[in-house]
Design a protein around this ligand. Structure first.
Ligand SMILES: CC(C)(COP(=O)(O)OP(=O)(O)OC[C@H]1O[C@@H](n2cnc3c(N)ncnc32)[C@H](O)[C@@H]1OP(=O)(O)O)[C@@H](O)C(=O)NCCC(=O)NCCS
Length: 161
């Protein structure tokens, strides 16, 4: 029998406010405190009801357990990836890439022209974005403020969808 692919093992589904506990559990584990990238629960709860905002969950088929998520916002004909995270115990299995491809697919399906995202300079996710066809179009200096007072540039990436 063929080895199950990550698509066989995970399904990407729409989430909502009821999933905030799962989202925050993943957020707290996935983002280190040093870089200032994680959002608070109230930031997430505040943005979720807004027009154009979408929460997508990577759920384990069978158990239904959420192991990753993305948060996106579409305005006019552009879609932005606000957050993407996978529980550390489940990283490097292709789940982040599934969520990223889902973001692009959703943007395309809803008639967007461009997909945007921002990432801390040096974050390993940059390789995933470049591999998926995103190109760097800008840099925001000292955008992230870490817990120890240090700052980090943000790089802006874009892909036509
Ligand atoms: C970024 C993140 C979502 C990637 O999730 P993932 O499930 O591990 O991603 P994938 O397994 O699909 O990785 C796809 C490819 O991206 C690259 N990649 C992903 N994470 C990487 C890392 N930490 N370091 C180097 N390369 C990385 C690799 O090329 C990888 O392919 P490979 O495993 O065959 O080498 C996950 O590392 C995460 O939650 N990080 C913390 C939160 C974060 O920084 N989010 C991004 C900014 S919002």
């Amino acid at each position: 029998m063929a080895t199950p692919t990550i698509e066989d093992q995970m399904s990407i589904e729409r989430g909502g406010s009821d999933d905030l506990d799962a989202v925050m559990a993943i957020m707290e584990q996935a983002f280190g405190t040093l870089y200032g990238e994680a959002w608070t629960r109230s930031q997430c709860a505040g943005i979720l009801p807004m027009t154009g905002v979408s929460l997508r969950l990577a759920n384990e088929r069978g158990s239904g357990l959420a192991v990753g998520f993305s948060l996106t916002r579409s305005v006019a004909d552009e879609s932005e990836l606000l957050l993407i995270a996978v529980h550390p115990a489940q990283q490097r299995r292709g789940i982040g890439r599934l969520l990223l491809d889902d973001f692009v697919d959703q943007a395309r399906a809803s008639g967007m022209r461009k997909a945007h995202l921002e990432v801390r300079d040096g974050n390993g996710a940059m390789a995933m974005y470049q591999d998926a066809g995103f190109t760097q179009i800008g840099r925001r200096r000292k955008y992230y403020h870490g817990s120890d007072g240090s700052t980090f540039d943000a790089l802006t990436f874009m892909k036509e969808v």
